[in-house]
Design a protein around this ligand. Structure first.
Ligand code: HEM
Length: 398
């Protein structure tokens, strides 16, 4: 079902008929939460809905979790401490200093695209910008960027045989259960991260990684495992997601040229268009929590240790929250979408950076192109977790 596309109609039916539903499959089964209000309520209540057993469908053991736990798999107070180390570097003010760099990079990437000719927007544009922004912020070596992109792809799209040869759900991945995304490529990302860290220890700078190396939790330096995992989540969470938003946004505009004309005619719509692209694209479909105690959500009787999956992609189309939720409207206001999470302490760390990247890209595209056309079938990543595109053939006209 997910290989064909996001099942919006099924989610609509579930919101109406079974807002919190039990699905017995996927290992021990899971509660599936479809309505906006229930998703926000569960995100907010971190004492009842824990992140400490991971945020995917997997069922890691305590030892697996200890090896691969990143900030996203922690609860307060540990979460609060980890978040404090990095939050200042990702505030709206802190990321604003990168605007000039992002704008220059975006123009450079677009300059390489043929006017009126066909190109793959994912490969030529969407893939190029987010990793280079991260490289700048974290001080990643230019020579490794293609490898970072490749490893990140193999992790995020660990269910797509076109992208990785070790497919979760198809292959035996037991040997890799302590690595990010239960993949051997998670280990490769750690190893690459360690090399970068080694270089930075020898030659510290003012980049984020150097500051992480100086970062302390309760007087202790971050452990090697913490560093490995911080490194991998920043690279994976900050790269693929933003790429997806940019590519899905352009697809939406290819299909709705009137919304493109509207945005071009009124640059005052750039902020609302950015958030509409984020709501519409919902790069991360869900996050999982685990109940710490018996509780109720809506009419569902949840038991301690049950898995609870919060479908942001469904909440983003909830008619109780959004007027005409299935309409792509660049002027939508208010737009309290769930694409970065909402209500809880795990709200995306990169929210301001991602918004800035998407906004700068939309502004550059709007200045440059009067029209986009699809020049072939867009190809989706086979995944229920990410809304990624493998290919988006387009023709763009000045
Ligand atoms: C369009 C782009 C992005 C989307 C859609 C996105 C989405 C998300 C979502 C849904 C969460 C979990 C929220 C929750 O469970 O409450 C999250 C967390 C996170 N994101 Fe993003 N993200 C994006 C870009 C970025 C960027 C650019 C970075 C930074 C480099 C980043 C770093 C993180 C981190 C570190 C977390 C974990 C935060 C925590 O647990 O406290 N993300 N993101």
């Amino acid at each position: 079902m997910w290989a064909r596309g996001v099942p919006y109609a099924e989610f609509g039916r579930l919101r109406a008929e079974a807002p919190v539903a039990w699905f017995p499959d996927e290992g021990t089964g899971f509660w599936s939460v479809h309505r906006y209000g229930d998703i926000v309520a569960a995100s907010r209540d971190v004492a009842t809905y824990s992140s400490a057993r991971g945020i995917s469908f997997e069922e890691p053991t305590d030892e697996d979790m200890a090896a691969r736990r990143t900030i996203i798999d922690t609860d307060p107070p540990e979460h609060t401490k980890l978040r404090k180390i990095v939050s200042g570097h990702f505030s709206q003010r802190a990321v604003a200093v990168y605007e000039h760099f992002i704008a220059g990079l975006t123009e450079e990437v677009l300059d390489r695209c043929p006017d009126g000719g066909v190109f793959d927007f994912v490969d030529a544009v969407a893939k190029e910008v987010p990793i280079r922004v991260l490289a700048r912020i974290m001080g990643l070596p230019e020579a490794d960027l293609d490898l970072f992109i490749d490893l990140g792809d193999r992790l995020i799209a660990n269910t797509d045989p076109d992208i990785t040869d070790v497919v979760w759900g198809r292959d035996d991945t037991d040997a890799y259960r302590r690595y990010p995304f239960r993949s051997p490529y998670g280990k490769q990302l750690w190893d690459l991260g360690r090399q970068v860290v080694k270089g930075r220890l020898a030659d510290p700078g003012d980049d984020l990684l150097s500051r992480l190396l100086r970062g302390e939790v309760d007087g202790d330096r971050l452990s090697e495992t913490d560093l490995d995992n911080f490194f991998s989540i920043l690279v994976v969470a900050g790269n693929e997601t933003t790429r997806i938003a940019i590519a899905q946004g352009v697809l939406a505009f290819c299909e709705r040229p009137e919304e493109w004309d509207r945005l071009r005619a009124d640059p005052g719509l750039l902020d609302s268009a950015t958030d509409e692209v984020l709501r519409w694209s919902c790069p991360t479909h869900f996050m999982r929590r685990t109940a710490t105690t018996d509780t109720t959500l809506g009419r569902a009787q949840i038991r301690a240790d049950d898995k609870v999956v919060l479908w942001y992609v469904s909440g983003n189309r909830d008619e109780e929250e959004f007027d005409h939720p299935d309409t792509f409207d660049v002027g939508r206001n208010p737009n309290r979408h769930l694409s970065f999470g909402r209500g809880g302490p795990h709200l995306c760390l990169g929210i301001h950076l991602a918004r800035l990247e998407v906004k700068v890209m939309l502004a550059a595209l709007a200045r440059r192109y009067s029209r986009f056309e699809l020049a072939g079938e867009p190809r989706r990543i086979r995944s229920n977790f990410t809304n990624g595109l493998k290919a988006l053939p387009v023709r763009a006209y000045r």
